[in-house]
Ligand binder design. Structure first.
Ligand code: NAG
Ligand code: NAG
Ligand code: NAG
Ligand code: NAG
Ligand code: NAG
Ligand code: NAG
Length: 742
């Protein structure tokens, strides 16, 4: 946590740069012949008789004649939207860019993966009210696959899949679906599999098994990671069905595969899509596979729940931010892990890690900088960080190694060390397992320990097993959770809300190393992970829970219900305030009965996109209808019916914004809501007109205007609007912030 907030300097310039350079080649899948894979996105699903693949091939032949090899077409999307993936030179790409029907062309890049107590912690107990509809809800999990034999996915008591289900089980060898996992497919647009990759929907990584069980796993008692986190593991909707779309492999998650999975998942009939994956640079909405997929999902009534990203705590580090999807930040729960290091001089230091190893007496203690692998060309300058291969096994074998940086532990582990003590200035708010006994300490403790190690003749140490402690500061947003503002549209607040994403226990394949380090052979059925990847499926589960009570609600209504009922979080714990936690920590029990919702459909997003400068031509392709951008449909950002309010300014003074919103009554038919604005600092006036809304029926819509005016003296200022009828408190965060360009 930073102690002071400066204006969001440099932010805007770097964002504009990043968005404009959407043809960047970083991570793109390239070929030896100078051709690279590009995704050609063509909007809504194709109509007419001609097969999509034939149409796509025709199109390529028109432009390139016979220069285009027929096998260069890697995918044709057609079930839910239109587009294809093709290998092109940069010149060919530019020619194609001008063709009719093409919305955008962007390189096929690799995205990356972004972890039972958590449900209880947020006030969602096992005995919560449930409806029988829950077993009709299908969650599409786009991830690393699944371990179908896990106890979390047993189908005892489940009937056959809901009749709307049109998916398949791409079982091939040794993978079978059941009535819990009702579908499974895998996507690999190109070539080589590494030995760890299983060419089935089976998960060898662990991530997909973990996220799927967090969203919809059944109840499994006495689950723990080798004793830690002992309790009942469960998903948010234990009766819901899971459809698996494996898009991530050991080398990442290709955009082409992500889009292929969306194309199928939407047409297969899933109700909610969960995607704990993201890129590393922000892209404009229609140059990003996840934003495109989520747009078509939204058009089909499907909410896409996404992880904010793990690139925090810098501002604008969020990578999934489209207004039609849910962007989830990671908050802590009331457990943390401490790991003591005892030195030969009997001093004890406390670090963090999830250390499952029992201590076994004192070991010799050596500084990594004193043990370089000289034959490998390493010096003290690198071995002090204990990176892979940098340590000399003859010097570290059977010893505990002190390292000047947090690393995966691979270097020390492969060199045969008995343990590792790592120290640096990094955040200490999430602990993780390492392949060997390990503890991670602060830089100051690190210096004291280094002094002991280098000034004592026979230094020794012991690393104790971790202790699980109640973190009474929880919930707060963990430092790694990506922050807003939204890089593409500053005045749409992102992330939307927070869900538990630290020290989450969930199902794990017994073949996957718990520390992520290959030869770590501890086999477990439940593992503890941290990431916005773990927060996202909590929100997915909560969204599915709401869907089971309100099957007809739109994605925006579900999202609104989750946001307006969230528990407000503290700007004292997270100085980035709403840019860390959005509306706050989700509360699924309350979200089932939100009173009012801020609904939005395709038309609302089209108006928003018109205002963002997208043309009629582009929008007609994307929507597949005759939407037009005119003055009448030209929506400003402030008028998109979003359940939160964000207002950016280039100065601290003369700030002004007028937001229009419409709320739909989903509470009591006859009800009167009164508006209250709280938290606004002196100098900033926030007015709501009208400030009373009287409803006489369910489904009735009433509009209001929220006016913000005045000046602020901090870069980020928060307030809230609450509509209250005495039963429901419908809360929206308001954030006003200053963006500097230098
Ligand atoms: C569960 O449902 C019952 C009956 O509808 C209701 O009285 C009760 O308040 C509900 N409990 C919760 C926690 O929503
Ligand atoms: C199928 O998978 C299970 C679970 O990993 C494994 O135990 C079994 O040996 C596999 N069988 C074959 C034929 O690969
Ligand atoms: C030393 O470094 C070289 C070069 O990276 C590597 O091949 C070798 O395996 C390392 N030795 C050990 C014992 O790690
Ligand atoms: C190692 O670090 C020292 C001190 O910072 C520096 O003088 C030296 O050039 C470095 N050696 C290498 C090989 O980088
Ligand atoms: C942690 O402490 C809080 C408040 O003291 C308590 O409500 C909570 O149940 C405790 N959590 C655990 C896991 O014991
Ligand atoms: C919509 O508004 C934007 C921004 O104010 C403007 O650039 C654009 O020309 C407008 N488009 C139409 C069709 O009015």
């Amino acid at each position: 946590m930073a102690s002071q907030i400066s204006p969001l300097c440099l932010l805007l310039l770097s964002l504009v740069y990043a968005l404009l350079s959407s043809h960047s080649t970083s991570g793109a899948v390239s070929e030896a012949d100078g051709r690279k894979e590009y995704i050609v996105y063509m909007g809504d699903k194709p109509t007419g008789d001609i097969s999509a693949a034939a149409a796509h091939t025709n199109m390529l032949q028109q432009v390139f004649g016979s220069n285009i090899a027929s096998d260069s077409l890697l995918y044709s999307y057609k079930r839910s939207f239109n587009g294809f993936v093709v290998k092109l030179t940069e010149e060919e790409m530019k020619q194609l860019e001008g063709m009719d029907g093409v919305v955008s062309i962007f390189p096929n890049e690799k995205k990356k993966l972004h972890t039972t107590r958590s449900w209880d912690f947020i006030g969602f107990p096992q005995q919560v009210n449930r409806t029988s509809v829950e077993s009709d809800v299908i969650i599409g999990v786009l991830d690393t696959g699944i371990w179908p034999e896990s106890d979390s996915f047993k189908d005892k008591g489940f009937g056959p899949p809901p009749s709307k289900w049109k998916g398949i089980c791409q079982g091939l060898s040794n993978f079978t679906c059941n009535n819990k996992i009702i579908g499974a497919r895998y996507y690999r647009s190109h070539g080589e599999f590494s030995p760890e990759d299983l060419q089935t929907p089976r998960d060898s990584e662990g991530h997909g098994t973990h996220t799927a069980s967090t969203a919809a796993g059944g109840l499994v008692s006495m689950a723990s990671l080798l004793g830690f986190g002992l309790g009942t593991a469960r998903g948010g909707v234990p009766s819901a069905r899971i459809a698996v779309y494996k898009i991530c492999w050991s080398d990442g998650c290709a955009d082409a595969d992500i889009l292929a999975a969306f194309d199928d998942a939407i047409a297969d009939g899933v109700d909610i899509i969960s995607l704990s994956v993201g890129g590393s640079t922000p892209h404009n909405y229609f140059a990003d596979s996840i934003a495109i997929g989520a747009f078509h999902a939204m058009k089909n009534g499907i909410l896409t729940s996404t992880s904010a990203g793990n690139d925090g705590p810098n501002f604008a580090s969020i990578t999934n931010f489209s207004p039609w999807s849910l962007s989830v930040a990671a908050s802590t729960i009331d457990r943390k892990f401490f790991t003591k290091v005892q030195l030969g001089d009997s001093k004890v230091y406390e670090g963090i890690s999830i250390n499952t190893f029992e201590p076994n007496g004192m070991y010799p203690f050596i500084y990594g900088g004193d043990a370089p692998n000289i034959t490998g060309g390493f010096s003290a300058n690198t071995s002090r960080f204990c990176t892979r291969n940098s340590l000399d096994p003859n010097l570290v074998k059977g010893k505990i190694v002190l390292c000047d940086e947090l690393v995966s532990g691979t270097g020390a582990f492969l060199a045969g060390a008995a343990g590792t003590v790592m120290a640096d200035r990094g955040a200490k708010d999430s602990a993780r397992p390492f392949p060997l006994p390990a503890s991670y300490l602060g830089a100051q403790d690190g210096s004291s320990i280094a002094y002991y190690v280098t000034s004592t003749s026979n230094p020794t140490a012991s690393i104790l097993k971790s202790t699980e402690v109640n973190d009474t500061l929880a919930p707060f947003i963990v430092s790694f959770s990506s922050r807003g503002p939204n890089p593409a549209t500053l005045d749409i607040l992102k992330p939307d809300l927070a869900a538990p994403g630290v020290h989450i226990l969930a199902a794990w394949p017994p073949i996957s190393p718990i520390s992520g380090v290959q030869s770590d052979n501890r086999a477990v059925l439940y593992n503890m992970q941290s990431g916005t990847s773990m927060a996202c499926p909590h929100a997915t589960g909560a969204a599915a829970y709401i869907k089971s009570f309100h099957p007809t609600w739109s994605p925006a209504a579900i999202k609104s219900a989750l946001m307006t009922t969230a528990l407000p979080m503290s700007a004292e714990k997270n100085l980035e305030a709403e840019f860390a936690y959005g509306a706050g920590q989700m509360n699924p029990v309350k979200a089932v009965d939100p009173g009012l919702v801020y609904d939005a459909d395709k038309i609302d997003y089209i108006k928003f996109l018109c205002g963002q400068g997208y043309t009629t031509q582009t929008l007609q392709l994307v929507t597949g209808d005759n939407s037009v951008c005119s003055e009448a449909t030209n929506g400003t950002v402030w008028d998109l019916n979003y359940p939160s309010f964000a207002l950016s300014s280039f100065t601290f003074k003369s700030i002004a914004g007028v937001f229009t919103r419409t709320v739909t009554n989903v509470g009591s038919p006859v009800s009167t809501y009164k508006a209250t604005v709280t938290g606004a600092p002196i100098g900033l006036q926030i007015q709501v007109v009208p400030d009373i809304l009287s409803f006489t029926s369910l489904g009735q819509k009433l509009s209001f205007v929220l006016k913000v005016e005045g000046s602020i003296d901090k870069s980020v200022v928060s307030a809230s609007l609450v509509w209250d009828d005495g039963v429901h408190q419908v809360r929206s965060p308001i954030v006003v912030f200053v963006v500097a360009t230098n």
